[in-house]
Design a protein around this ligand. Structure first.
Ligand SMILES: Cc1cc2nc3c(=O)[nH]c(=O)nc-3n(C[C@H](O)[C@H](O)[C@H](O)COP(=O)(O)OP(=O)(O)OC[C@H]3O[C@@H](n4cnc5c(N)ncnc54)[C@H](O)[C@@H]3O)c2cc1C
Length: 228
């Protein structure tokens, strides 16, 4: 059984400042003020958003890949203005060589340093793995054997939201009441969106008390989610 940390992958080209130019172009149609493109466009888009005229920013989308546990993806997929592609426990057979003949789980960071609790968690995952592999050996298909896989199972999910939905998602999922393992991936991702597209994300609040040392790594990739 492999224990790993969560990660977020995002193609570097996705947060290009060209997005802002395009959004301004689309929004100017509403006011027939195309002659003002590029003039004070910061204030223009900001005031549009602050007035709740958010449909304008639905024209552009961003796609990212989360590598998290299945508990977290269960929450992510509750967001409906979205497209998803997720690693399937029906079709993936973790006893195969390409998976190392074992399952991979996401380390629950809040159990680190709580030795006994961590041991219980690890034991539960190892028992689940043992039973999963035994079910496969007993002629069960992966979609049958998956019944015993743990919530902590690592999964990959490609998520596409338009920018309005990203704003909504970050508002809910970076806020204090969100699950800690959700904030672990959403806050660093949000901070990247905010750095690259401040006009669109500057006004959103997040849980500033969430410890930085637990932020997941956000990896900038090429368009195929490949790293250098
Ligand atoms: C801290 C927290 C705790 C939660 N706890 C629970 C829980 O205990 N149990 C549980 O089941 N869920 C829980 N949820 C999930 C929550 O109820 C939502 O399903 C989830 O956050 C998706 O949010 P949404 O519906 O606003 O977003 P999206 O699906 O992303 O929709 C975006 C927006 O579009 C509009 N919209 C979308 N669909 C409709 C529709 N059918 N009708 C009208 N307007 C629509 C709404 O304005 C919505 O806010 C929790 C969420 C959070 C953040």
């Amino acid at each position: 059984m492999i224990i790993r940390k969560p990660q977020v992958l995002i193609p570097e080209s996705q947060l290009d400042a060209g997005i802002i130019r395009k959004l301004e172009r689309y929004a100017r149609v509403c006011y027939k003020s195309e002659d003002k493109i590029g003039e004070h466009n910061d204030n223009f888009l900001k005031s549009i958003i602050s007035r709740g005229h958010e449909s304008v920013i639905e024209h552009e989308k961003v796609t990212v890949m989360f590598i998290v546990d299945r508990g977290i993806t269960h929450e992510i997929v509750r967001h409906r203005i979205a497209s998803y592609s997720q690693e399937s426990t029906r079709y993936c057979n973790y006893s195969k060589d390409k998976f190392g003949n074992e399952i991979t789980v996401i380390e629950p960071f809040f159990l680190i340093g709580k030795e006994e609790a961590f041991r219980y968690w690890e034991e539960a995952c190892r028992t689940a793995e043992k039973c999963y592999l035994a079910l496969l050996k007993n002629n069960c298909t992966p979609q049958e054997a998956r019944s015993v896989l743990p919530n902590s199972l690592k999964t990959e999910i490609v998520v596409t939201y338009n920018l309005r939905e990203w704003r909504h998602f970050f508002r809910l999922r970076c806020a204090t009441p969100a699950h800690p393992q959700m904030k672990q991936v959403t806050i660093p991702l949000f901070l990247l969106f905010k750095e690259k597209l401040p006009l669109l994300f500057d006004d959103i609040e997040y849980d500033r008390d969430f410890p930085k040392q637990h932020y997941a790594e956000v990896v900038l990739t090429d368009d195929l989610f490949m790293c250098e």
